[in-house]
Design a protein around this ligand. Sequence first.
Ligand code: NAD
Length: 359
Amino acid sequence: MTKNIAVIRGDGIGPEILEQALKVLDKIAEIYGHTFNYTDVDMGGCAIDKWGNPLPEEMLKKCVESDSVLLGAVGGEKWNNVPGDMRPEKGLLRLRAGMGVYSNNRPAKIWKQLADASPLKKEIVDKGIDFIIVRELIGGIYFGEHTTSEENSEKKAVDVLSYTESEIERIGRIGFETARKRNKRLCSVEKSNVLDSSRLWKAVMHRLEKEYPDVELSDMLVDNCAMQIVKNPAQFDVIVTENMFGDILSDEASMITGSIGMIPSSSLGATSCGLYEPIHGSAPDIAGMDIANPIGTILSSAMMLRYSFDMSKEADAIENAVSAVLDEGFRTADIMSNGCKKVGCSEMGKLIISQLERK
Ligand code: NAD
């Protein structure tokens, strides 16, 4: 099979971790007889430096025309003071909107080899952590109107949070469908005791519930959910929530699994062309040191094979190779523990590739 992949290396550790994922994909192509063509796309701080724009139109076009997009990470201190509309993260928001990917799916799963890395008590971890957060990605407050003004000699800033029924319905359906493929439990998270947008959210979820009688729907307020994720994460199977709540809860969920460097994500819309990226940022504090964990990006490429290219056995091969490397005790600095062997970013990539070669 031939697939065209748009590749966004981005800033900070982005280029280092992406390099490892591409080497893994090349090995998969060699073993399974596929051809992966890569098209480089500038986005983020590097695009601001080169083009004066975090995502020029022609770069977005390359992404939309590809079979899928693989992203490292964008952003960094150097661009912190550029105007809001020109910030590296704006490129990412525009990319998501331009690709029409409205659902971000983040697994929060604890690898048995890394159970000790979780900051939670052992008795909580031992109950198992394996859930998915389905986050609405192109609506809500991040995409609402943003205005600043001055009233009575005082500055005022307003960010608008709005959702339409159809925006809620399409993400709700992804939540129900995802639960259907797992343990059939869906928790809808909102703030319906305060927000009208959340009351609409809740009403739409309960309307959809009737079409998915095999899925058990529950409701939870977002503040309670933030507590329950650390108190009893085993209760969750699939969480569906709006953009900002999902942003915050999924970072919290990533922390309880041990390392932010291990977690992949997929963003999908109505077509099979998806956006795949690790959940972490560009980690400028460790950029260029060859110590970043590339596994989140490598697992993102596995998700791309599974969900966009229908290549399940190839995705399984990558996930099994990661597991085997962890079984052998190899760890990057962020997941290092006593008795394990510390390796750098490129070494971790090589170890995963050599596991693939052994199969
Ligand atoms: P971050 O995720 O980049 O880093 C948080 C901490 O986790 C840092 O200590 C970092 O060293 C560590 N870390 C992150 N990824 C790691 C990895 N793969 N291996 C080992 N350690 C890792 O978050 P931040 O520091 O808040 O943000 C840095 C920059 O990234 C900012 O400019 C921010 O806007 C941007 N950002 C980009 C994205 C994205 O591209 N999707 C997401 C979040 C933040």
